[in-house]
Write a protein that binds this ligand. Structure first.
Ligand code: NAD
Ligand code: 0WE
Length: 255
């Protein structure tokens, strides 16, 4: 029997097979979980439906996290189809592309609002709704990056959004603990996904990272998936409000 047999898990943030959320979904399925996938628009729906089919996932719902109505409808649908929920994987982030290459001091008000809305507020919006379906308690895991706590060149407003996300993890953990709902984040090392495409010098970043990281290699989506299953499942029962680094040790280094 798998570690997630009979567990109902909502996965937000699959765009394609390179997505971190896809590696997490594959691992959850292997451990017997029942899954729900979401997509933000028609273009992503075209990619996500075949992936859901491949894993035998029949619950695939629209959800642009900037839209309260879509969030309400998605959780309404989960309630009528499943009646309860055990876990959420939140693997969503977005900022204006220009804001990840311009000078940070040129970040616009609207660019700031977009990045924080999609990448940080969405966790609060999701947790607030998932809560009422987690009748036997539950767990929520989100994805963050070192740029939340260090000034990483070009990460800019996304770093500010991830700082807000990591802080929200602590406040949500503090608030939802009484309902036996745990909330944690994984801080992953850089991985070549859709969200990394078009980032200036991302290849160089990966090369330098593998040279310097204590484990001498880059982070793989499977590394992140394993730690997500730990935090989401019974092995993580005593862990909440944490940011767990899954980055081959990169974050521990000084110069
Ligand atoms: P990805 O592009 O595969 O996933 C990002 C997802 O966010 C996509 O599925 C996209 O559809 C979704 N999304 C964007 N705007 C949305 C909206 N308004 N509503 C709903 N969904 C929306 O890339 P990824 O690298 O797998 O990113 C997943 C998470 O991991 C992100 O939070 C990212 O910040 C984080 N992360 C990535 C890396 C990396 O190097 N790739 C490292 C650390 C953390
Ligand atoms: O969180 C991320 C990426 C988030 C992201 C990526 C994009 C690219 C396409 C958010 N919004 C957009 N908008 C787009 O239009 N990562 C952790 C990956 C990443 O992005 C970087 C990094 C790393 C690592 C940007 C600059 C420097 C390092």
């Amino acid at each position: 029997m798998g570690m997630f047999a009979g567990k109902k898990i909502l996965v937000l943030g699959i765009a394609n097979k390179k997505s971190i959320a896809w590696a997490v979904a594959e691992s959850l399925k292997r451990e017997g979980a029942e899954l729900c996938f979401t997509y933000m628009n028609d273009a992503i729906e075209k990619r996500v439906r075949p992936l859901a089919e491949e894993l035998g996932v029949s619950l695939v719902l629209p959800c642009d996290v900037q839209d309260d109505k879509q969030l309400d409808e998605m959780f309404g649908e989960i309630e009528s189809r499943w009646g309860s929920l055990d876990g959420v994987v939140h693997s969503v982030a977005f900022a204006e592309k220009d804001d990840l290459s311009k000078r940070f001091c040129e970040t616009s008000r609207t660019g700031f609002q977009l990045a924080l809305d999609v990448s940080a507020y969405s966790l609060i919006a999701v947790a607030g709704r998932a809560r009422s379906l987690m009748k036997d308690g539950g767990a929520i895991v989100t994805m963050t990056y070192l740029g939340a706590v260090r000034a990483v060149q070009n990460y800019n407003v996304m770093g500010v959004a991830k700082a807000a996300l990591e802080s929200s993890v602590r406040y949500l953990a503090s608030d939802l603990g009484k309902e036996n709902i745990r909330v944690n984040a994984i801080s992953a090392g850089p991985i070549k996904t859709l969200a990394a495409s078009g980032i200036p010098k991302f290849r160089e970043l990966l090369t330098t990272f593998a040279e310097r990281a204590p484990l001498g290699r880059n982070t793989e989506p499977e590394d992140v998936a394993k730690a997500t299953l730990f935090l989401l499942g019974p092995l993580g029962s005593g862990v909440t409000g944490e940011v767990t680094y899954v980055d081959c040790g990169f974050n521990i280094l000084g110069l």
